[in-house]
Design a protein around this ligand. Structure first.
Ligand SMILES: [Zn+2]
Length: 427
């Protein structure tokens, strides 16, 4: 049978892949095609990449604008954490739809189905299948078709760390890589992202966990080889959703907007900032559109502003001016190394609600070099073993690539299949 297997090592930077720290991924690189021009989304944030990968569309079309975002609800700008387990169900109530375009899980219902095992935030996990077409396993709750909760003995009771990832990987191999199995099996590890947010990049603590994440990939690699030997035509996609940069400073954008007179108080709702790590989405209530020109000049004058994208140009970063989204900001970064010699330093937007700012540790969200250098390798029919493709490719290209392998149409997606040759000539 034709099947596709995707393994994501959350937060893995391309320059951390090598024989010493990731021997299994390095072994895959010998026989897979590597994508040196693969970039993350904007924001380069897990929930955004998850919905983009699931739909083959940019946020402008699937509507999950950020890890933190704003919905215009009854005439008010209301900030939401899209990592919350109920976020997309809440969005459906507010806007009439969860994600605005179909997911792979929906497209594959009736064509072999999809199983997702995921150990990042619940919101990111459920973005793969918010309407319940396949199976999603997550520690916050696992669901089958119709979003019916699975019985307690089939729930995924794991921790968000390397040990939990290991237990999840073993379940994944047993359940999702069985024969016969689903047309699409996705394993999304919580590491190395989780450790990178909590220690110095390149530290012994970081590298130890990275080796564990690679070992988990190795289990899948081995299981995929067994499937191939048994006769299955498997497309194996391994990669990550974004990289990380070292946080060197924290900017309280809302506080600056209050001081400059654009906002009347930190809690006022005429302008709302959704911090996304090293990026921010800035929403302006339609009643206050007169402030837009002055606000654009102000943002561009800030020493922390890397790139400021205004409402009319949001399409250039895959976004659209919905729900009052007026500016997309990537905070300033540079090449400076941290104490372990790992290059890439960046400022972050202060998160709402007292969440950790990750000062000194890893973070992501913007358009800086290392957060936009994640990993993508594809092993299977239509890909050149051991080659490196330099042309730009994007997260939106993954879903059409999956469908091409399965012989299914991919109409209505922003991305393009990455196979070099037609797959009709398979034996
Ligand atoms: Zn991530």
């Amino acid at each position: 049978m034709r099947r596709t297997v995707i393994v994501m090592l959350d937060g893995l930077r391309r320059d951390f892949v090598g024989p010493e720290n990731t021997p299994h991924l390095a072994a895959l690189a010998e026989r897979a095609e590597r994508f040196a021009g693969y970039r993350s989304t904007f924001p380069s944030a897990t929930r955004v990449v998850s919905s983009t990968m699931a739909t083959g569309c940019y946020p402008a079309r699937h509507e999950l604008q950020g890890n933190t975002l704003v919905l215009l609800e009854d005439g008010r700008l209301v900030r939401h954490d899209a990592g919350h387990p109920d976020f997309l169900q809440r969005k459906r109530v507010v806007t009439g739809r969860s994600l605005a375009v179909p997911t792979l899980a929906e497209r594959l219902a009736g064509h072999g189905g999809a199983i997702i095992f995921n150990n990042v935030s619940p919101g990111a996990a459920y973005a793969h299948d918010p309407d319940g077409h396949g199976h999603v396993y997550h520690r916050a709750g696992s669901f089958g078709p119709g979003r019916v909760p699975l019985p307690s003995e089939r729930q995924l009771n794991v921790t968000l760390d390397a040990v939990g990832d290991r237990a999840m990987t073993e379940r994944f191999v047993t359940d999702a890589l069985a024969r016969p199995g689903p047309a699409l099996a996705v394993l999304w590890l919580g590491e190395p992202d989780h450790i990178q947010h909590n220690c110095l990049l390149g530290s012994p603590e970081h590298l130890a966990v990275l080796r564990e994440a690679d070992r988990n990939f190795g289990l899948v690699f081995q299981a995929v080889e067994a499937l191939r030997q048994a006769g299955d035509d498997v497309l194996l996609i391994a990669g990550s959703d974004h990289g990380h940069e070292t946080v060197t400073g924290v900017v309280d954008i809302e506080d600056e907007l209050v001081t400059a007179g654009f906002k009347s108080s930190p809690d006022s709702e005429e302008i709302v900032v959704a911090a996304n790590g090293t990026a921010a989405l800035i929403y302006v209530h339609p009643d206050h559109a007169a402030r837009l020109a002055g606000l654009e000049d102000f943002l561009n004058s800030r020493p922390w502003a890397g790139l400021v994208v205004g409402a009319e140009s949001l399409g250039t970063v895959g976004q659209a001016a919905r729900h009052g989204l007026a500016f997309a900001v990537s905070l300033k970064g540079d090449e400076r190394p941290n104490a372990f010699g790992v290059p890439g330093s960046c400022l972050v937007a202060k998160p709402a609600g007292g969440k950790a700012d990750r000062l000194g540790c890893g973070q992501h969200g913007g358009l800086n070099a290392y957060e936009q250098a994640p990993v993508l390798m594809i092993d299977g029919l239509g890909f050149e073993a051991g080659a490196s493709r330099e042309t730009p490719v994007a997260v939106v290209d993954i879903a059409p690539t999956v469908l091409r392998h399965l012989g299914l149409p991919a109409e209505g997606m922003d991305g393009q299949p990455l196979q070099l040759s037609p797959t009709e000539d398979r034996s």
